[in-house]
Design a protein around this ligand. Structure first.
Ligand SMILES: Nc1ncnc2c1ncn2[C@@H]1O[C@H](COP(=O)(O)OP(=O)(O)OP(=O)(O)O)[C@@H](O)[C@H]1O
Ligand SMILES: [Mg+2]
Length: 377
């Protein structure tokens, strides 16, 4: 019980996972009804955590086999094929029926199979010359899992990465491999707004209308409130309502940042937590990150930096090119602001959000925003 219950990486079971009841249900329901899901959100909102949560719920009832792969580090179809093979190998123990069959299949597909000398885990390599051969291999791998008399759910995390592959027809290749499957469904998980919508909403592209989208919003305020109060209580600490309100407001309920502040508060405080402890924890975090924040300055042009500071000070901005905003924060012309804004959006330094049909902007990294807000730049 002395452990810190506010986790910053990995999935640690239902007790330390807040809410997401509806989203979990929806993804499971989709899988049961042979519907593919696209799960997307801004970075660090909890997509990967949610997938692992869904998997743990499914595995408790054992009707669907769950396969997870993260393709963030892959650069081409070869890397994708390897990740897929590796992910499948992981879920079928090699010394039992299906696993043995899968190894036989792998050998027939002629990969180089080696074993890590420390962990004993297998590592698969393919070395084909032609895209067509990878295409065939992806098909064979998916057909294999599809014919194991068990429903299968494959989650592909960081799916937008396929847009960086040099193979131009990658979406068509995947679409054909996926279409013929009978018992296998997918969750395509990704972050970057533009990329995900490019894949799924452009009617000329083959993934068009083939999946149901789930956009992951911040966790609801009352759910997060009781989760935080409850976890502190379970771990023998008491936190008052004012402190919880501050935490949720200061971090915009952006999951990673909320968890990080709770983690720090838990680490630094005694048994009774007041707003003063929370503010101290927040300040400690900002000081820890300060060296990195200062470096951003050298990576941006001065008009980009000035705009970033202005947005941070205002917290949320609806019309960054308006006369009022520009004159209040002494920025230059609307056209320069527009150009800087586009660059900052592109660099994922500024986030574009929608609420009640109203577009607005905020600093992407919550801690950076809070740090800038306090500084007298
Ligand atoms: N429902 C939750 N309850 C508690 N903590 C959560 C929850 N969802 C996510 N987290 C925590 O928030 C952090 C960010 O979550 P996660 O990595 O799943 O986000 P992500 O959307 O996949 O981010 P990225 O886009 O960078 O891959 C992690 O530390 C994770 O442990
Ligand atoms: Mg993730």
């Amino acid at each position: 019980m002395s452990q810190n219950p506010f986790k910053l990486k990995g999935y640690h079971g239902t007790e330390l996972f807040c809410d997401r009841v509806e989203e979990t249900q929806k993804i499971i329901e989709n899988a049961q009804n042979d519907v593919n899901t696209t799960l997307y959100s801004v970075r660090r909102m909890g997509k990967t955590g949610l997938i692992h949560h869904v998997f743990s719920q499914i595995e408790a009832s054992e009707v669907i086999k769950c396969i997870y792969l993260d393709i963030y580090a892959t650069e081409n179809l070869e890397g994708f094929t390897q990740e897929l093979a590796q992910a499948i190998l992981k879920v079928y123990p090699q010394n039992r029926g299906v696993g043995k069959k899968f190894l036989t299949l792998l050998k027939s597909l002629s990969p180089t199979l080696s074993y890590d000398q420390f962990t004993g885990n297998p590592s698969i390599g393919f070395d084909f010359k032609q895209t067509k051969q990878y295409e065939q291999t992806v098909k064979s791998l998916l057909n294999f899992v599809d014919t194991q008399e068990e429903k299968v759910l494959i989650a592909i995390d960081e799916f937008q990465q396929i847009l960086n592959y040099p193979e131009t027809n990658i979406e068509a290749i995947l679409r054909t491999s996926i279409q013929s499957l009978q018992h296998t469904n997918f969750v395509f998980c990704g972050s970057h707004h533009g990329m995900i919508s490019a894949i799924f909403n452009d009617s000329k592209r083959p993934f068009y209308s083939s999946t149901l989208p789930i956009y992951l919003n911040p966790i609801k305020k009352d759910e997060y409130e009781s989760f935080i109060a409850e976890l502190f209580r379970k771990y023998k600490k008491v936190i008052d309502q004012e402190s919880i309100d501050f935490i949720l407001e200061w971090t915009h309920r952006h999951t990673y940042y909320t968890q990080a502040l709770c983690n720090k508060v838990f680490a630094l405080s005694g048994k009774k937590i007041s707003i003063k402890n929370v503010q101290e924890a927040a300040l400690t975090i900002l000081l820890e990150y300060e060296p990195i924040f200062f470096q951003y300055r050298s990576l941006l042009t001065s008009s980009q930096w000035d705009l970033l500071v202005a947005i941070a000070k205002k917290d949320t901005v609806e019309q960054p090119t308006s006369f009022e905003f520009i004159s209040t924060y002494k920025l230059s012309s609307p056209s320069t602001v527009k150009r800087s804004l586009d660059a900052l959006l592109q660099k994922e330094m500024v986030l574009q959000l929608m609420e009640d049909d109203q577009k607005y902007y905020r600093i992407y990294d919550v801690f950076l925003g809070r740090w800038m807000e306090r500084k007298s730049f």
